[in-house]
Design a protein around this ligand. Structure first.
Ligand SMILES: [Zn+2]
Length: 426
């Protein structure tokens, strides 16, 4: 497929980016030509045979203060159009994948931790947060150009943020205490009295994961105590020997950036992580501000992009991707793997009846078992030797489903390798 794009336009690089994303999604390669007459697809507003180009949208991108709120950008529901009302799929893909609806977020759209709220999003407006819309638009664009579409089985990026090693479930009810052998109970009490961290929760995570033939990434906090925005950081003092514990059983370790004035690099250098990966604690970050910070650091993969209060696709795309840097007119040099499913969404934010949660999650995974890197976060606090608490049961049900469906896990290294864009053209 030969493509010509007008290089002297303000849409050249954004269009090239959306096409690079399609190439990456489909593992194909387009041929770019310098003369429009030899092209199968022409993207040039001066050309009568050109694809639809939403020029007003691209003009906004180049503005010093772009107006990118979704109700200004969409002229049809969740679609960007040209002045004649014709849909520009490549512009829509560019807008959604790069979270540009958040570009002009005001304090109204932010919560107490400075995070964008689901309530302020177009996904809330159109009830589309569980839809992989960008994938649909990619398929539609390919169909419009008679290019066959290849589907790929989804993989799972499973992870555990280690916020706490002291509050891991300690049995409290008499009924539960009766089930525990007296020696174990004594050990728990001694451990609690001495203030020792509950490493056992990590062993339990790995035991359950091993039983389901799945490996995960552990995100570690380097700072203890209360951080910015009154966010509590770790309740433990980090010890490098924790990393050996998980690494020796084939799991990956990465940084869980604390809410603190220390920089990403300072925290990343504080331990010998095996993956150059990060997730912000409380997901407390703003993509269009912090993507530059990540890019300026050693981090090559970030896993923070999710709505804390809602399961689903924050940028309407199921795959990991390299975000686009509007200031430099090229992709950032790291890969973002969005977060889709998190235990605390249901526990803290939605306070759902635990009985219905696993059905809801498994149904979401089932609808997205193709063309996604599904990112799941389950905190270690739920894991203990005595199989207590609904969130441990929910976790086991999810892993049981993944095992049955043969949905395999992936690692930070594999995601980085697979999702780096081919971006060599000028
Ligand atoms: Zn955390």
């Amino acid at each position: 497929m030969k493509i010509f794009i007008n290089k002297d336009s303000n849409y050249y690089r954004p269009v090239l980016y959306s096409l690079a994303l399609i190439e990456n999604n489909q593992e194909i390669q387009f041929e770019y030509v310098d003369i429009s007459t030899s092209a199968d697809i022409v993207i040039d507003h001066n050309h009568t045979e050109s694809e639809v180009i939403a020029t007003a949208f691209y003009d906004q991108l180049g503005d010093r203060k772009p107006e990118l709120q979704y109700h200004k950008v969409f002229s049809k529901p969740q679609l960007i159009c040209n002045q004649n009302g014709l849909v520009d799929l490549l512009a829509t893909i560019f807008y959604m994948v790069n979270c540009l609806q958040e570009y002009t977020a005001t304090s109204n759209g932010l919560d107490q931790y400075g995070r964008i709220t689901y309530a302020s999003s177009y996904q809330n407006q159109y009830q589309s947060v569980e839809k992989n819309l960008v994938q649909e638009y990619i398929e539609l664009w390919l169909a419009q150009h008679q290019i066959s579409f290849q589907s790929e089985k989804s993989k799972v990026f499973l992870s555990h943020d280690i916020d706490s090693l002291h509050t891991a479930v300690i049995p409290i009810s008499v009924q539960v205490i009766r089930q525990i052998p007296p020696l174990d109970l004594l050990q728990i009490l001694v451990q609690k009295l001495l203030g020792r961290p509950n490493i056992e929760s990590l062993n339990q995570v790995m035991k359950i994961n091993d039983e389901h033939d799945i490996q995960s990434t552990f995100f570690w906090l380097m700072n203890k105590g209360i951080g910015q925005h009154s966010i509590p950081n770790a309740d433990y003092r980090f010890d490098p020997k924790y990393l050996a514990l998980t690494r020796n059983r084939n799991n990956a370790n990465a940084l869980h950036k604390s809410s603190h004035t220390t920089t990403l690099d300072q925290e990343f250098d504080a331990a010998k992580f095996d993956s150059p990966a990060n997730r912000y604690h409380y997901l407390a970050h703003q993509p269009l501000r912090d993507w530059q910070v990540i890019s300026d650091s050693q981090i090559e993969l970030d896993a923070s992009l999710g709505y804390a209060e809602k399961m689903g696709f924050r940028n309407s795309y199921g795959q990991a991707f390299q975000p686009f840097n509007l200031n430099q007119n090229q992709p950032y040099d790291f890969v973002e793997v969005p977060l889709h499913i998190m235990d605390t969404t249901f526990e803290r934010y939605q306070q759902m009846d635990p009985k219905t949660i696993s059905d809801e999650i498994i149904d979401f995974i089932d609808r997205n078992k193709f063309n996604c890197t599904l990112s799941i976060l389950w905190h270690n606090q739920h894991f203990n030797k005595y199989d207590i608490g609904p969130y441990l049961h929910i976790y086991k049900e999810i892993l049981g489903y993944l095992f049955e469906e043969q949905i395999k896990h992936t690692t930070p290294q594999e995601i980085i390798q697979k999702r780096k864009l081919k971006w060599i053209r000028s």
